[in-house]
Design a protein. Structure first.
Lengths: 103, 175
């Protein structure tokens, strides 16, 4: 079953979404938005894997998407726990306030 | 099919841009849910129905619920709004933006004139994914389960000490 969706255009969509997430990580100073942009980046990487797997008719792309899903779930749970710590220490979620290490 | 792909891709790009550029966290989360749902539609069009279902259930369901929980717990006031506007003036970003857009145009041109032939995507059924996942990738599944377990222990550790600090600050006994 062939769909008339071109491989290059789907990969360009993945690239654009990844760049949007990267800009969000670089520009936003709110820790919640940084984590949200990281989710966008991981999701775009997963899209690229699925598109490549569909292009070469292999199941490996979707398997890699499942692994990325596991990594994203672990990352976001720990990241949000750290955001709660940041809010507890500094009463803000501005990540510039947490720019120095302690100890 | 092609028109549906282009519409979903447009919705995904616009919703993602709005999600990373809003100042209100709840609005950003709603836009991100729209973006994830349009990506699920794209996965469905690409012939990956299992991945599309997981995108809706885990990304738009579980992970977004975690974000909403944290936003509700923090209950940030208006004092955190607009922190980026103080330093993000056009004189800061206009130079790098021009240079990066030149690189992006070059990248899109190279991708359009790629040496490999222009191919169409085809469906990979969930049965094949499951056979591959529990066959040659079994070690990877075990590693992901260990990663999730370590994330669980780490989150428990952070939450335990956070609760201990708040209990001792109120004068109560440490758990």
């Amino acid at each position: 079953m062939n769909f008339p969706i071109l491989f290059e255009q789907a990969m360009m969509l993945a690239g654009i979404l990844f760049c949007l997430g990267l800009v969000g990580v670089l520009v936003r100073r709110d820790a919640i938005f940084v984590l949200l942009s990281l989710e966008v980046m991981l999701n775009a990487a997963g899209l690229a894997f699925v598109v490549a797997g569909a292009r070469w008719h292999q199941a490996d792309g979707q398997v890699m998407f499942l692994f990325i899903l596991g990594v994203a779930a672990a990352e976001v749970s720990l990241g949000l726990a750290l955001v709660l710590w940041l809010y507890h220490w500094h009463k803000t979620v501005d990540i510039d306030r947490a720019s120095s290490m302690r100890g | 099919m092609t028109a549906a792909f282009y519409i979903a891709a447009f919705v995904a790009i616009v919703a993602t841009f709005l999600a990373v550029s809003r100042h209100n966290a709840v609005h950003a989360l709603l836009y991100l849910v729209v973006s994830l749902l349009s990506l699920a539609l794209i996965f469905l069009l690409l012939g990956a129905p299992f991945v599309a279902a997981l995108e809706v259930i885990i990304y738009a369901g579980a992970i977004m619920v975690l974000f909403v929980f944290v936003v509700m717990m923090l209950s940030m006031g208006p004092k955190t709004k607009g922190g980026e506007r103080q330093w993000l003036t056009p004189s800061v970003w206009i130079g790098p933006a021009i240079l990066v857009s030149i690189l992006l145009a070059e990248l899109l041109y190279v991708a359009d004139a790629a040496p490999f032939p222009n191919g169409y995507v085809a469906q990979v059924p969930p049965r094949e994914v499951a056979m591959s996942l529990l066959g040659p990738y079994l070690l990877g599944v075990e590693l992901v389960s260990m990663l999730l377990l370590s994330a669980l222990i780490g989150a428990y550790h952070l939450a335990y000490h956070l609760g201990w600090r708040q209990a001792s600050k109120k004068g109560g006994a440490a758990p």
